[in-house]
Design a protein around this ligand. Structure first.
Ligand code: PLP
Length: 373
């Protein structure tokens, strides 16, 4: 028995998405840029997927640019918008590295967040000025799950930096929130298939009509010259199928998983002394449970959990393997020590009561064992 509690890292593919994808890995292999019947068949599938994705994101089909995932969508948004209209870049301290590193490379300015992870609107307002051309504020955070008040951010941007485009990274949000509504005031919106039951390596960027964007990948001029490269037809079709299914079930899944998350978080907080929840649960997506345990190293805890079949993530991991405090937790004012003992349990559509029970039975004794060492 195993409990997969790492849905913020990736999700299992939805059966609808697998089924939609399979023909394009077989007999329907045409290149949608071609002219013959097999190519036209692929083009038709691509067009239908584009309509579906656009509908799910509150956009027009012509505003959807398919990409090779969320990282590329974020890079295209930040770098492409800046390249079209050079100027100042402002981004929050808790952005995913895909935005963080792209914006930092352009010499951008960081907008701080409060202790609950929500962007400090007063400080953000102070950074916005007519010379700013790109602002990036994510919708939901990948580590701590905090949802940003995009409506208020958009109002500030329109008021103080009227020439700027507002980008939102909605990669972690789509499974839980009505992105079409939440991001209605944004010019650019990034999503990624594998975070909501679609395949890895496929994503999309909504580029609202009239928003200037220079491509970052040059070639055959696909996606109306905004993103060259032969389309990943099967991946795109599968992502569209996953989107449709996600939207249809989103409210119900959110309620069910939110209740499981509450049981997990409350159970662990009650069972483990000196434990704390990160952020304010009322401001988080339903799947996020982020806790810290004093005097414990998350890396050691994860090894014990892995051996017991509980798959989670350190709240503060670094790709290189070195345990660096996460920029998100640091920005929220968490100490290095507390950050090092934090654990991200991310629930998803397939999370069951049994998963939560296994985590509740496994984590408290594992923490106690590490503390006793
Ligand atoms: N943005 C956020 C908030 C994410 O959580 C992730 C993935 O973890 C990405 C962007 C990158 O997406 P992808 O894995 O599709 O490149």
């Amino acid at each position: 028995m195993a409990a997969y509690l790492d849905n913020a890292a990736t999700t299992p593919m939805r059966p609808e998405a697998v089924e939609a994808m399979l023909p394009f890995l077989g007999e329907r292999f045409g290149n949608p840029s071609g002219a013959h019947a097999l190519a036209r068949e692929a083009r038709k599938a691509l067009d239908e997927a584009r309509e579906m994705v656009a509908g799910c994101l509150g956009a027009e089909p012509g505003e959807v640019v398919f990409t090779g995932g969320g990282t590329e969508a974020d890079n295209l948004a930040v770098t492409g918008a800046h390249s079209a209209r050079p100027g100042g870049v402002v981004y929050t301290a808790v952005e995913h590295h895909a935005v963080l590193h792209a914006a930092a490379a352009l010499g951008g300015t960081v907008a701080p967040v409060r202790a609950d992870g929500v962007v400090d609107l007063d400080r953000l307002a102070g950074l916005l000025a007519p010379g700013i051309t790109v602002v990036s504020v994510m919708l939901a955070n990948n580590e701590v799950g905090t949802i940003q008040p995009l409506d208020r951010v958009a109002a500030l941007v329109r008021d103080r930096a009227p020439g700027a485009v507002l980008h939102t990274d909605a990669v972690q949000a789509f499974q839980w929130l009505d992105v079409a509504t939440a991001a209605a005031g944004c010019d650019l919106v990034a999503v990624s298939g594998h975070k909501f039951g679609g395949p890895k390596g496929v994503g999309a960027l909504v580029v609202r009509a009239g928003v200037a964007l220079r491509p970052i990948i040059h070639g055959g001029g696909q996606e109306r010259d905004r993103r060259s490269g032969t389309h990943n037809v099967g991946g795109i079709v599968a992502m569209a199928a996953a989107m449709r299914a996600t939207v249809a079930e989103r409210a119900e899944v959110g309620r069910r998983v939110g209740a499981l998350r509450d049981r997990l978080a409350d159970g662990l907080l009650a069972a483990v002394p000196d434990s704390a929840e990160t952020g304010d649960r009322r401001l988080k997506i339903a799947g996020n449970c982020h806790l810290s345990f004093a005097g414990v190293e998350a890396e050691s805890l994860l090894m014990l959990l892995d051996a017991a079949g509980v798959y989670a993530s350190a709240g503060s991991a670094c790709a290189s393997g070195a345990v660096d405090p996460s920029h998100v937790l640091t920005a929220m004012g968490m100490s290095r020590l507390q950050a090092a003992g934090s654990l991200r349990l991310s629930l998803g559509r397939t999370t069951s009561e049994a998963d939560v029970e296994l985590a509740l039975a496994t984590i408290p004794p594992a923490v106690a064992r590490l503390r006793a060492l």
